[in-house]
Ligand binder design. Structure first.
Ligand SMILES: [Zn+2]
Length: 456
């Protein structure tokens, strides 16, 4: 009796096992499509301050892992985007100045995906990361959208979307390879000054003052201490129109991805390279300071069927996007030395150790500052004046109130300071290798970059 009972038990287990097998088999997927979108000059509050500012991104956030405390590595374009592409901090990838080149030691996302047989393409909107620069390494197709005749006076986001989708549809079309994995990098520049008025998304019709959207940003900046509240609201309104317009282009991008069948096995990352200041700390524009309006950026990880929608409050760095995608796709580990790790465990419920995370950001170009977030603290060190600032960004997101000296002895703050001290004393920071000749720009490009506010 006992033996026959065991046989019945074994048979039941076998049948249950056979019934369960189909459930364990992963659903059929299409070829992999990895899309990384960097929105230039779009900080977290610029997008998510109110849902109507970027309705598509607000909707996408609801269907993604949304990181509510993501930090860029720098408050301006070149170093920040280099970090996204190489998973390394500015001291490692070597880009700290408009003329710096990307270190050859840092493997780029495009090089990695090319090596693993992905088709790769990038469509960008700025000379700084254009086809003449090392940012094109590893891309089989790399183009720069029309940048405008003089300053940033052309609308480029629509073109970036169009070109990206054309490339993908051709790749997966009748003349392409339908099953080819694809990596697409898109850089949207419209929210960067100069701000253009978008009548379809107007937020500035009420304004009766002396400013206009045909003015160059440096005029706004030069007049910044005398701007009235209405003037400032008007400038913010123009910036808001640019974000609203860019959001519409992202909506079109997503619709196009769906039409191309690319959403079957999609990893879409949307982030910002830095934010924009509107006199929050008596400053306008970006490139100088490390406050949250400049380094706190949006970060969405959208991978239907792989990533459950959720808000992730833990601090992460945009340089960790690259190892996270590799982790998510279970691809071979990255070869080059990394300054960050995959944040996928935070999304999958393995939150242990999150308290040790310390995203770092820095600027060396106009001034020399290094900052670290060690939740809930943010520590900024001005290396030129040797002044430390400490904020509690959980209770004071705007960094309005610097903390008393006594608070600075709490262990997490001390650890953040030690992290900064270690960073600025490492050889690559103290004596960066200048092995690569600086980038040469044409006179026309230099004039254009100066007009945008860069010191060349
Ligand atoms: Zn930028």
């Amino acid at each position: 009796m006992r033996r026959s009972g065991l046989l019945v038990f074994a048979a039941v287990i076998l049948i249950l096992g056979l019934l369960t097998v189909p459930l364990l088999v992963k659903p059929a997927r299409g070829p992999k499509t990895v899309v990384v979108v960097v929105l230039d000059t779009v900080g977290f509050s610029g997008v998510f301050s109110k849902p109507e500012q970027a309705p598509f991104l607000a909707q996408l956030a609801g269907d993604s892992a949304q990181f509510t405390n993501a930090f860029s590595t720098a408050p301006w374009t070149k170093p920040s985007i280099a970090s996204v592409l190489t998973a390394s901090l500015p001291a490692s990838h070597g880009v700290q100045h408009p003329r710096s080149r990307l270190s050859g030691e840092a493997e780029t996302m495009a090089e990695y995906f090319s090596k693993h047989d992905f088709a790769t393409a990038g469509f960008v909107s700025h000379t700084f990361i254009g086809p003449k620069t090392d940012y094109r390494r590893g891309f089989q197709v790399y183009e720069q959208a029309r940048f405008g005749g003089h300053v940033h006076d052309a609308i480029t986001s629509a073109e970036v979307t169009t070109r990206g989708l054309e490339w993908l549809k051709k790749l997966r079309g009748p003349e392409g390879a339908a099953n080819r994995d694809a990596f697409l990098f898109l850089h949207y520049f419209d929210p960067h000054y100069n701000y253009k008025h978008h009548p379809a998304f107007s937020q500035t019709d009420w304004y009766k003052g002396s400013l206009s959207d045909s003015m160059q940003y440096r005029e706004f900046r030069e007049r910044s201490s005398t701007l009235s509240d209405d003037d400032l609201r008007y400038i913010r309104g123009l910036y808001g129109e640019e974000i609203r317009f860019t959001d519409r282009q992202l909506e079109k991008l997503y619709r196009g991805l769906a039409e191309a069948g690319a959403t079957k096995d999609l990893v879409l990352v949307v982030t910002g390279d830095h934010g924009e200041a509107f006199r929050e700390h008596k400053h306008m524009g970006h490139g100088y300071l490390l406050y949250n309006e400049l380094v706190h950026v949006p970060l969405l990880l959208h991978a239907p069927g792989r990533i459950a929608p959720q808000a992730v409050p833990y601090p992460v760095s945009t340089l960790e996007i690259f190892p996270t995608i590799v982790d998510l796709l279970a691809m071979p580990q990255l070869g080059s030395r990394l300054d960050g790790a995959s944040f996928l465990p935070l999304v999958e419920g393995e939150e242990a150790g999150w308290g040790d995370r310390m995203p770092l950001f820095e600027v060396e170009y106009h001034t020399r500052k290094v900052g670290v977030v060690h939740w809930p603290w943010k520590v900024i060190f001005d290396q030129d004046s040797s002044v430390w600032e400490v904020y509690n960004i959980e209770t004071d997101q705007a960094e309005a109130k610097e903390l008393e000296a006594s608070t600075r002895d709490v262990p997490a703050v001390v650890e953040a300071k030690e992290r900064i001290t270690r960073y600025i004393s490492q050889e690559s920071v103290v004596a960066p290798k200048a092995t690569l000749p600086p980038i040469e720009y044409s006179d026309k490009e230099i004039e254009k970059l100066k007009t945008l506010g860069y010191m060349m």
